[in-house]
Write a protein that binds this ligand. Structure first.
Ligand code: FPP
Length: 261
């Protein structure tokens, strides 16, 4: 996995190849998190029902998962369904769940081929049994894979996650002074995973939408006007290149300034 793997995959002489060649392999983000937005608008522009946008979004999911795995990223997290999304019409919610189940069934072989470990984050217990069964099956079948970890955030809310972690801390009986930032982070759904370095949001909205609230404390945020169903490898590579041009300071001062002291 890495740039040679990417170069073997992208068509020679293509714009994607030029983007891959621009990447600095030593400064790839370890964890990329994506708010997949704009499916409804994509469908509306085509006078199609909203669910067609979700259906088309599956191709973007496939392309993104494969690109991230081939790049050798450690973690990819996709925001598929929030705790607030239950407010949508029942038919839309139902279709999203059907699409998710179908995706998992169809893509399991691809996940295996790329050594991807599949994981769900969110209040999974509240999901329907058939959905839970499919999620568990994919997680179990890929559990021993050692490549990229692929989190799907489902029935996920950042505040709910923090409340769940606080409940776990209280239930563990630990003393208040034992609860450090590090310990609290380990109690989140993403415990043990690196925090996202890069948060991508499609379709131009400048919101965080209750996604990974704790974990994105120092993430670089990249917003693209591209609607999720149009998002492809090229857009992901552009986002990573933009990330590599940023200067991350984590509340400190710029590295050149430090060097001059
Ligand atoms: C936001 O677009 C998108 C979602 C709420 C669902 C995303 C789900 C998928 C792409 C398909 C299933 C996912 C996986 C991982 C297989 P929106 O409907 O809010 O768009 P809008 O803002 O234009 O209305």
């Amino acid at each position: 996995m890495g740039l040679p793997e990417m170069l073997a995959w992208v068509p020679p002489g293509s714009p994607d190849e030029a983007l891959v060649r621009e990447l600095d392999p030593a400064r790839l983000p370890a964890h990329v998190a994506i708010i997949m937005d704009g499916n409804g608008r994509w469908a509306a522009k085509r006078y199609m029902p909203r669910v067609e946008g979700h259906r088309a979004g599956i191709t973007s999911v496939r392309d993104t998962v494969e690109t991230c795995a081939r790049l050798g990223l450690k973690v990819l997290t996709l925001y598929a369904f929030s705790v607030e999304n239950w407010k949508r019409p029942a038919t839309e919610v139902g279709t999203l769940m059907v699409l998710l189940k179908r995706y998992l069934r169809m893509e399991l072989a691809t996940l295996q081929k790329h050594d991807i470990r599949f994981n769900v984050i969110g209040r999974v217990d509240d999901l329907a049994d058939d959905v839970k069964k499919e999620l568990l099956h994919a997680a179990e079948r890929t559990a021993s894979n050692t490549g990229m970890l692929f989190n799907i955030a489902l029935n996920y809310g950042g505040r709910a996650e923090i409340v769940d972690a606080a409940r776990r801390a209280m239930a563990s009986g630990m003393r208040p002074e034992q609860l450090t930032e590090e310990v609290f982070g380990s109690l989140l759904y993403t415990g043990g995973q690196p925090d996202p370095d890069l948060l991508i949001r499609t379709s131009g909205e400048l919101r965080v939408s209750n996604f990974l609230l704790w974990q994105i404390a120092y993430a670089e945020i990249y917003v693209t006007e591209t609607l999720w169903p149009d998002f492809r490898r090229q857009h992901l590579l552009e986002a990573i290149l933009a990330f590599q041009k940023r200067e991350r300071r984590y509340g400190g001062i710029a590295a050149p300034a430090l060097a001059g002291r």
